[in-house]
Design a binder for this molecule. Sequence first.
Ligand code: HEM
Length: 128
Amino acid sequence: MGSHANLLVGCLWILLSFVSGLFLGLNFHKEDWLGGYGSFRRRLYRLAHISFFGLGTVNCLYYLIAERIPFGVVSAQIASWGFIVGAVTMPICCYAMAHNRKLTGIFAVPVLSLVTAGIVTLVEVSAL
Ligand code: HEM
């Protein structure tokens, strides 16, 4: 069974991608906003915006996959939580690092949880 939490986070994150896009859209006409289009801070704001959409979609996709494929109980827990933790922490890391360059290490949290969830999902799918 796909976890309802993944579907909920997925749909909410897709909505937040639109809301964060609206926020970008209200400001992007200002030439030097956040230091200009190519600035480190502006790039990370864009990355947060895109990560809401991408990881929201991944969580919805995981829900649909887990609905159709019988995951082991432990695998389902790891994959479900890995995708949720990755989706929640990735935009937080982007916004945090946009304001403090020294925080590079915090990306280990979303990256490791997403890689783990991705591997577990691949193992379950390939065992079909
Ligand atoms: C209501 C919906 C959305 C609005 C209002 C919106 C608005 C924006 C704005 C204003 C920018 C430019 C940011 C800047 O100048 O720094 C941007 C960039 C971007 N958005 Fe959205 N967006 C929306 C939805 C989406 C969705 C659904 C996706 C993913 C499929 C997406 C992907 C991107 C990408 C990849 C960029 C970077 C483009 C680049 O740097 O060339 N956006 N968005």
